[in-house]
Design a protein around this ligand. Structure first.
Ligand code: OGA
Ligand code: MN
Length: 227
């Protein structure tokens, strides 16, 4: 399928969703939009992920490139990086790029590139509390997660827990945590450096996509180059 056809077919052509996400980011630094991904795109992605051969999934690691290592204490899920080789991958990247363009126009975020992977949490899998980016390191600005699980019950576990930076976790305040059920088509977007988060152990197969919008590395590290 051509890129333009994927765009018209799956992007939803719905800027009100992008506007809601943009407003949430300004107000709170994160956005949680239940069942908001266009249904035909969610279906295409969920079909694709369950048909992906198991050997396409690799045990997820932590850290980048040379420090990359697998750590069973931190995370136990398996991932598969998304490319535009499939119709589903293409439609997803298209949707993400439309969101990127919208947020750049609206919020001047300067998002430059996008990377994302499918993730499979088998029964018992988890991802302990972490941040997706650290200040002064790397260039992930905005994280996006979407869920591909029809009929997820609260007894199925696997919730995403986001810790609000305004309420340190050492202080036990109920509203310091935001819990998201990984239901079909639910979208979560948040500032990568601001919100520690974790995935609680799933009690059945849990499918999702996690992606990151990045700044242009060469610009980010050379805002004021030495003369
Ligand atoms: C991640 C992540 C959250 C989720 O992959 O970095 O935090 O709910 N995923 O799958
Ligand atoms: Mn994360």
């Amino acid at each position: 399928m051509s890129l333009s056809l994927a765009q018209t077919t799956y992007s939803g052509g719905d800027t009100s969703l992008f506007e809601s996400i943009s407003g949430d980011i300004v107000d709170k630094g994160y956005s949680i939009r239940p069942y908001a991904l266009p249904t035909n795109l969610t279906s295409l992605l969920s079909q694709h992920i369950i048909e992906l051969p198991t050997d396409e999934f690799k045990r997820a690691g932590i850290g980048r490139t040379k420090d990359h290592m697998i750590n069973d204490f931190i995370r136990t899920d398996a991932i598969s990086w998304i490319t535009d080789d499939s119709e589903a991958g293409c439609a997803w990247i298209n949707w993400a790029e439309s969101l990127q363009a919208y947020l750049n126009r609206r919020l001047f975020l300067g998002l430059f590139s996008f990377e994302s992977h499918f993730a499979h949490y088998a029964k018992g899998d988890f991802y302990k509390k972490h941040k997706d980016a650290f200040k002064g390191e790397g260039n992930r600005v905005l994280s996006v997660v979407v869920y591909l699980n029809p009929h997820w019950a609260s007894s199925d576990g696997g919730e995403l827990v986001i810790y609000d930076k305004n309420s340190p976790s050492s202080v036990v305040v109920d509203n310091s945590k935001i819990t998201v059920i990984p239901s079909f088509g639910t979208i979560v977007v948040f500032l990568s450096e601001e919100f520690p988060h974790e995935v609680l152990a799933a009690k059945r197969d849990r499918y999702s996509i996690a992606g990151w919008f990045r700044l242009n590395n060469s610009i980010a590290n050379n805002i004021d180059p030495p003369s």
